[in-house]
Design a protein around this ligand. Structure first.
Ligand code: NAD
Length: 261
């Protein structure tokens, strides 16, 4: 199989989209490094569930991506674990819903660190080996909010737009080196990140929680259905194949038609 022996790091991969991505790579025989800020003992069951269905090696690398030192060390730890890093999926992200004038400064800084700074740190560490071998894939999980805005999500929208810009810039830097760099832009995917914002959305919009799901989450998505994490995972697999070698610097929407409007 074309992917046999290839190694992958998926940041923020103990839950939701990142977990689905890690699971799929592992099942297909890639060597996969999972990551989150949680102690290994607290995510042991999740890691073990990926390992049980894996056809390659699975490692858990704890790193708090809000911490610049740990963030800078993560990709190096993946290289140390597997000897090389062929595919980097920058997926970790958090959300906070609040009006900009009431947006807690600490939350702004945390969102910037986890979403944007960590992608810079992992990329700059992973890239030299990819370039040297003449093959690599960097996939940034941005968002429909990397292309469109919504109110009360200033930090999230700002950093996701920044991730899209970062993706394009790095793609141009390595375009002749066999390394592709792309951003996937999902619409609403039902994960703990989305479930956790129902109450805050209800508060800032003055809606019931049911109305939040119908009008705030599914309102912008013409399909009126949540995207499934497995759909995003399959797109990562496609982008990791050799037939995707000409797709670079792209933003690929998987949003039920949201950004067609
Ligand atoms: P999730 O909350 O289910 O998972 C987030 C993952 O990131 C978890 O594994 C968590 O442990 C990890 N994480 C959080 N803080 C961390 C930190 N400080 N250090 C290391 N890891 C940390 O969220 P999700 O919905 O699966 O989102 C994953 C990515 O997809 C995010 O970047 C998010 O912005 C993006 N996204 C999500 C949606 C959606 O609707 N769910 C839509 C578009 C984009």
């Amino acid at each position: 199989m074309e992917q046999h022996g290839r190694t992958v790091l998926v940041t923020g991969s103990t839950s939701g989209i990142g977990l689905a991505i890690a699971r799929r790579y592992a099942a297909l025989g890639y060597d996969v490094a999972l990551n989150s800020h949680a102690a290994e003992a607290d995510v042991g069951d999740v890691v073990e569930s990926v390992r049980q269905a894996a056809n390659g090696r699975v490692r858990y690398l704890r790193a708090d991506l809000a911490d610049p030192v740990e963030s800078q060390a993560l990709a190096g730890a993946a290289i140390a674990a597997f000897g090389r890093l062929d595919i980097l999926v920058n997926n970790a992200g958090i959300q906070r819903v609040a009006p900009v004038e009431a947006f807690p400064v600490a939350d702004w800084d945390r969102i910037v660190a986890i979403t944007l700074d960590s992608a810079f740190h992992t990329t700059r560490t992973a890239l030299p080996g990819m370039v040297e071998r003449g093959w690599g894939r960097i996939i940034n999980i941005a968002s429909a909010h990397g292309l469109r805005a919504s109110p009360f999500k200033s930090a999230y929208v700002a950093t996701k737009h920044a991730v899209v810009g970062f993706t394009k810039s790095v793609a141009l830097e390595v375009a002749e080196k066999g390394v592709t760099v792309n951003a996937i832009c999902p619409g609403y995917v039902w994960t703990p990140l989305v479930a956790a914002q129902v109450a805050d959305q209800a508060k800032v919009h003055g809606l019931s929680e049911d109305e939040v799901i119908r009008s705030i989450f599914l309102g912008p998505q013409p399909t009126k259905a949540f995207v499934q994490p497995e759909e995003v995972a399959e797109l990562c697999i496609y982008l990791s194949g050799d037939m995707a070698r000409s797709i670079t610097g792209s933003t690929i929407s998987i949003d039920g038609g949201w950004t067609a409007k």
